[in-house]
Design a protein around this ligand. Structure first.
Ligand code: NDP
Ligand code: MG
Length: 328
């Protein structure tokens, strides 16, 4: 992949542009504050009276509607939930997008799956920071940044990539590295990763380990520590020094046990299941089902979250996190 750093990015294209950030949640807050601190002219477009509206005023913004912000802007960042974007696009943003303006996303879902089809006279770009918003903000304030992906779906102005790189630099990602990719690659790998390994995989690995230990009669607290609490320490080691670095930091007994029994736990049939998940991402059946769920009122979605909150491991975990001062 091609990688850009601050020194490779001019960024002056933003000097006489206005950037509209629509949404003030995880990404919207971090990206707008980072750009403002980088000297970029930023306006916020939000829904009137919502939580973000109030919070943004506390942070010194003068929020306006999505439509007003998009009218003022040269580049419009769609930073509300993926399922809300097609509605905000259809009802407001699309009315304000004149020739050569740029529409920017932080994840390719709606463009890749055709839920938003912008006219050909617009640039359609992506800047996808590879961290949650609060971390993006923290790193920026500490003088660093988090890596980001950039991609161009449509280049009407001839300057689409230049715009995306300039925004990536303004949010601080050029300090860490900006990698060029495509909407298809970003969307498919992001969805697969969060389902199979990061969110879904890790969640259900923990649940299975916890259930097995407690069903075998071990105390819930011991089970929580061994299959959940310590996961952070292991992931931190992998994050900073790789899988080998993690193994070199644990005991020889843990190394031997992990290296020999790991492949028995995560065996070929798990990989076969992952292949099915990847296929459902690639053939759009996952996207179709999620969109239908969301449009139908997200009942199953709410049920599954409630089920998760009611798990025994969540109750035990809350007690232990309170005890250790992690949670109030
Ligand atoms: P959030 O869920 O944090 O967005 C919340 C914001 O969206 C709030 O300002 C909220 O306003 C507004 N909002 C919520 N629902 C609606 C609606 N129906 N109509 C209009 N505005 C609404 O989003 P994220 O920051 O998590 O995600 C934004 C984009 O960034 C997505 O495309 C996501 O895939 C991508 N992304 C997210 C990452 C992350 O770590 N979170 C990482 C990389 C990319 P109000 O306060 O009024 O409810
Ligand atoms: Mg994701």
């Amino acid at each position: 992949m091609k990688v850009y750093h601050d020194k490779d990015i001019d960024g002056s294209i933003l000097n006489d542009m206005t950037i509209a950030v629509l949404g003030y949640g995880s990404q919207g807050r971090a990206q707008s504050l980072n750009m403002r601190d980088s000297g970029v002219n930023v306006v916020l477009g939000l829904r009137e009276g919502g939580n973000s509206w109030k919070r943004s005023i506390e942070d010194g913004w003068e929020p306006m509607t999505h439509l007003e912000a998009a009218q003022k802007a040269d580049i419009v960042l769609m930073l509300m939930p993926d399922m809300a974007q097609p509605i905000v696009w259809g009802e407001e943003v699309s009315l304000a997008m004149t020739e050569n303006k740029a529409l920017q996303f932080a994840h390719g879902f709606n463009i890749h799956f055709g839920e938003i089809t912008p006219p050909a006279n617009l640039d359609v770009i992506m800047v996808a920071p590879k961290s949650p918003g609060p971390e993006l903000r923290r790193q920026y304030e500490a003088g660093f940044g988090v890596p980001a992906l950039v991609a161009v779906h449509q280049d009407a102005s001839g300057k689409a990539l230049e715009k995306a790189l300039a925004i990536a630099k303004a949010i601080g990602s050029g300090r860490a590295g900006v990698l060029e990719t495509t909407y298809q690659i970003e969307t498919e790998t992001d969805l697969f990763g969060e389902q199979a390994v990061l969110c879904g995989g890790v969640d259900h690995l923990i649940r299975a380990g916890y259930e097995l230990l407690t069903e075998a009669g071990y105390p819930p607290e011991s089970a929580y520590f061994e299959v959940c609490n310590e996961l952070k320490l292991i992931v931190d080691l992998i994050y900073t020094s790789g899988i080998g670095g993690m193994y070199r930091a644990v005991s020889d007994t843990a190394k031997w046990g992990g290296l020999t029994l790991g492949p028995m736990i995560i065996d070929d049939h798990v990989k076969e299941n992952m292949r099915k998940a990847l296929k459902a991402v690639q053939d759009a059946s996952f996207a179709k089902a999620w969109i239908a769920e969301s449009k139908g009122g997200a009942k199953k979605f709410d049920e599954l979250m409630a089920e998760c909150d009611a798990l025994e491991i969540e109750k035990v975990g809350r007690e232990i996190r309170k005890m250790s001062g992690l949670e109030k």
